[in-house]
Ligand binder design. Structure first.
Ligand code: 5GP
Ligand code: MG
Length: 178
Protein backbone atom coordinates (compact mmCIF):
# COMPACT_ATOMS: atom_id res chain seq x y z
CA UNK A 1 0.00 0.00 0.00
CA UNK A 2 2.74 2.50 0.96
CA UNK A 3 4.57 1.71 -2.30
CA UNK A 4 1.70 3.31 -4.23
CA UNK A 5 2.44 6.73 -2.74
CA UNK A 6 4.47 9.15 -4.84
CA UNK A 7 5.12 11.64 -2.04
CA UNK A 8 4.03 12.11 1.54
CA UNK A 9 2.68 15.66 1.84
CA UNK A 10 1.82 15.67 5.55
CA UNK A 11 3.08 13.08 8.00
CA UNK A 12 0.91 11.63 10.74
CA UNK A 13 2.67 13.88 13.24
CA UNK A 14 2.08 16.99 11.10
CA UNK A 15 -1.59 16.12 10.67
CA UNK A 16 -2.07 15.52 14.39
CA UNK A 17 -0.39 18.79 15.29
CA UNK A 18 -2.59 20.69 12.84
CA UNK A 19 -5.70 19.00 14.25
CA UNK A 20 -4.69 20.22 17.72
CA UNK A 21 -4.52 23.78 16.37
CA UNK A 22 -7.86 23.60 14.53
CA UNK A 23 -9.56 22.03 17.53
CA UNK A 24 -8.37 24.72 19.88
CA UNK A 25 -9.74 27.42 17.55
CA UNK A 26 -13.09 25.63 17.40
CA UNK A 27 -13.10 25.05 21.14
CA UNK A 28 -12.71 28.80 21.75
CA UNK A 29 -15.49 29.67 19.35
CA UNK A 30 -18.06 27.01 20.26
CA UNK A 31 -18.19 27.10 24.08
CA UNK A 32 -21.89 26.94 25.08
CA UNK A 33 -23.01 26.85 21.43
CA UNK A 34 -23.95 23.14 21.30
CA UNK A 35 -23.34 22.68 17.56
CA UNK A 36 -24.17 19.74 15.32
CA UNK A 37 -21.12 18.31 13.60
CA UNK A 38 -22.09 17.16 10.11
CA UNK A 39 -19.48 14.78 8.72
CA UNK A 40 -19.47 14.05 4.99
CA UNK A 41 -19.03 10.33 4.45
CA UNK A 42 -16.85 8.51 3.83
CA UNK A 43 -13.82 10.65 3.22
CA UNK A 44 -14.25 12.82 6.31
CA UNK A 45 -14.74 9.89 8.71
CA UNK A 46 -11.12 9.64 9.86
CA UNK A 47 -10.70 13.42 10.17
CA UNK A 48 -14.02 13.79 12.02
CA UNK A 49 -13.32 11.09 14.58
CA UNK A 50 -9.85 12.44 15.31
CA UNK A 51 -11.17 16.02 15.53
CA UNK A 52 -14.13 15.48 17.83
CA UNK A 53 -11.96 13.84 20.48
CA UNK A 54 -10.10 17.15 20.62
CA UNK A 55 -13.21 19.37 20.83
CA UNK A 56 -13.90 20.40 24.39
CA UNK A 57 -17.59 21.41 24.26
CA UNK A 58 -20.97 19.73 24.01
CA UNK A 59 -21.86 18.67 20.48
CA UNK A 60 -23.99 16.28 18.49
CA UNK A 61 -22.43 14.15 15.76
CA UNK A 62 -24.29 13.29 12.59
CA UNK A 63 -23.35 12.49 9.02
CA UNK A 64 -24.50 12.76 5.44
CA UNK A 65 -23.42 11.04 2.27
CA UNK A 66 -23.49 12.67 -1.13
CA UNK A 67 -22.61 11.69 -4.65
CA UNK A 68 -21.84 13.76 -7.72
CA UNK A 69 -23.41 13.03 -11.05
CA UNK A 70 -20.56 12.03 -13.30
CA UNK A 71 -22.38 11.81 -16.62
CA UNK A 72 -20.65 14.84 -18.07
CA UNK A 73 -23.86 16.71 -18.84
CA UNK A 74 -24.57 17.76 -15.27
CA UNK A 75 -21.15 18.66 -13.99
CA UNK A 76 -21.39 20.08 -10.51
CA UNK A 77 -24.70 18.42 -9.67
CA UNK A 78 -24.64 16.84 -6.25
CA UNK A 79 -27.19 14.45 -4.78
CA UNK A 80 -27.89 13.54 -1.16
CA UNK A 81 -27.76 9.78 -0.66
CA UNK A 82 -27.84 9.65 3.15
CA UNK A 83 -29.63 12.34 5.13
CA UNK A 84 -29.12 13.60 8.68
CA UNK A 85 -31.07 12.13 11.59
CA UNK A 86 -30.78 15.36 13.58
CA UNK A 87 -33.06 18.40 13.32
CA UNK A 88 -30.65 21.27 12.75
CA UNK A 89 -33.21 24.09 12.87
CA UNK A 90 -31.74 26.97 14.92
CA UNK A 91 -28.61 24.93 15.66
CA UNK A 92 -25.07 25.99 14.80
CA UNK A 93 -23.58 23.51 12.33
CA UNK A 94 -19.97 22.60 11.65
CA UNK A 95 -19.53 20.68 8.39
CA UNK A 96 -16.47 18.43 8.42
CA UNK A 97 -15.16 17.48 4.99
CA UNK A 98 -12.02 15.72 3.78
CA UNK A 99 -11.15 18.05 0.89
CA UNK A 100 -12.63 20.99 -1.02
CA UNK A 101 -11.91 20.54 -4.66
CA UNK A 102 -14.34 22.13 -7.15
CA UNK A 103 -16.45 23.22 -4.17
CA UNK A 104 -19.73 21.86 -5.59
CA UNK A 105 -20.26 19.36 -2.77
CA UNK A 106 -19.93 21.96 -0.02
CA UNK A 107 -21.96 24.55 -1.88
CA UNK A 108 -24.77 22.03 -2.19
CA UNK A 109 -24.55 21.08 1.49
CA UNK A 110 -24.43 24.66 2.74
CA UNK A 111 -27.55 25.53 0.73
CA UNK A 112 -29.34 22.41 1.95
CA UNK A 113 -28.55 23.07 5.62
CA UNK A 114 -29.35 26.79 5.34
CA UNK A 115 -32.71 25.81 3.89
CA UNK A 116 -33.36 23.71 6.99
CA UNK A 117 -32.84 26.71 9.24
CA UNK A 118 -29.33 26.15 10.60
CA UNK A 119 -28.45 29.03 12.92
CA UNK A 120 -24.93 29.27 11.46
CA UNK A 121 -22.66 27.10 9.33
CA UNK A 122 -18.89 26.76 9.53
CA UNK A 123 -16.94 24.57 7.14
CA UNK A 124 -13.95 22.72 8.53
CA UNK A 125 -11.94 20.87 5.87
CA UNK A 126 -8.81 18.84 6.34
CA UNK A 127 -7.54 19.77 2.86
CA UNK A 128 -8.12 22.52 0.32
CA UNK A 129 -7.23 22.20 -3.37
CA UNK A 130 -7.87 25.79 -4.52
CA UNK A 131 -6.57 25.25 -8.07
CA UNK A 132 -9.74 23.43 -9.12
CA UNK A 133 -12.40 25.61 -7.51
CA UNK A 134 -15.52 26.18 -9.62
CA UNK A 135 -18.15 27.05 -6.99
CA UNK A 136 -17.83 30.21 -4.97
CA UNK A 137 -17.16 28.70 -1.57
CA UNK A 138 -14.32 28.64 0.94
CA UNK A 139 -13.77 26.77 4.19
CA UNK A 140 -13.69 28.64 7.48
CA UNK A 141 -11.13 26.25 8.93
CA UNK A 142 -8.58 24.43 6.73
CA UNK A 143 -5.92 21.95 7.77
CA UNK A 144 -3.63 22.23 4.76
CA UNK A 145 -3.61 23.50 1.18
CA UNK A 146 -2.67 20.83 -1.35
CA UNK A 147 -1.39 21.02 -4.95
CA UNK A 148 -3.49 19.94 -7.92
CA UNK A 149 -2.69 16.25 -7.57
CA UNK A 150 -4.70 13.17 -6.62
CA UNK A 151 -4.47 12.89 -2.84
CA UNK A 152 -5.09 9.83 -0.66
CA UNK A 153 -4.79 8.87 2.98
CA UNK A 154 -6.28 10.05 6.25
CA UNK A 155 -9.75 9.14 4.95
CA UNK A 156 -9.27 9.98 1.29
CA UNK A 157 -9.50 7.03 -1.07
CA UNK A 158 -8.85 5.85 -4.56
CA UNK A 159 -11.43 3.24 -5.52
CA UNK A 160 -12.18 2.65 -1.83
CA UNK A 161 -8.53 2.00 -0.93
CA UNK A 162 -5.93 3.99 1.10
CA UNK A 163 -8.37 5.56 3.58
CA UNK A 164 -6.48 3.99 6.47
CA UNK A 165 -3.11 5.54 5.63
CA UNK A 166 -2.25 7.63 8.70
CA UNK A 167 -0.70 10.38 6.54
CA UNK A 168 -1.70 12.47 3.49
CA UNK A 169 0.08 11.75 0.23
CA UNK A 170 0.02 11.95 -3.55
CA UNK A 171 -0.99 8.71 -5.27
CA UNK A 172 1.36 7.49 -8.01
CA UNK A 173 -0.15 8.10 -11.42
CA UNK A 174 0.72 4.55 -12.46
CA UNK A 175 -1.86 3.30 -9.95
CA UNK A 176 -4.81 4.95 -11.68
CA UNK A 177 -3.49 5.20 -15.21
CA UNK A 178 -3.01 1.48 -15.70
P1 5GP B 1 -15.81 18.86 -4.79
O1 5GP B 1 -17.29 18.76 -4.80
O2 5GP B 1 -15.26 19.95 -3.92
O3 5GP B 1 -15.22 18.89 -6.17
O4 5GP B 1 -15.27 17.48 -4.30
C1 5GP B 1 -15.22 17.09 -3.07
C2 5GP B 1 -15.06 15.58 -3.01
O5 5GP B 1 -14.31 15.04 -4.12
C3 5GP B 1 -14.27 15.27 -1.78
O6 5GP B 1 -15.11 15.12 -0.68
C4 5GP B 1 -13.58 14.00 -2.18
O7 5GP B 1 -14.44 12.92 -1.88
C5 5GP B 1 -13.40 14.09 -3.67
N1 5GP B 1 -12.03 14.53 -4.01
C6 5GP B 1 -11.65 15.71 -4.53
N2 5GP B 1 -10.31 15.78 -4.71
C7 5GP B 1 -9.82 14.60 -4.28
C8 5GP B 1 -8.50 14.05 -4.20
O8 5GP B 1 -7.46 14.64 -4.53
N3 5GP B 1 -8.41 12.79 -3.68
C9 5GP B 1 -9.50 12.08 -3.27
N4 5GP B 1 -9.28 10.87 -2.79
N5 5GP B 1 -10.75 12.56 -3.34
C10 5GP B 1 -10.91 13.81 -3.84
MG1 MG C 1 -16.10 13.50 -0.09
Amino acid sequence: MNNDIEQVLFSQQQVEQRLDELASELTSKYQDQFPVIVSVMTGAAVFTVDMIKRLNFKLNLDYVDVSSYADGTQSGKVRLIKDLSTDIKDRPVIIMEDIIDTGHTLKFLVELLKGRGAKSIDICALLDKPARREAKIEADYVGFKVPNEFIVGYGLDYSGIYRNLPYVGILKRAVYEK
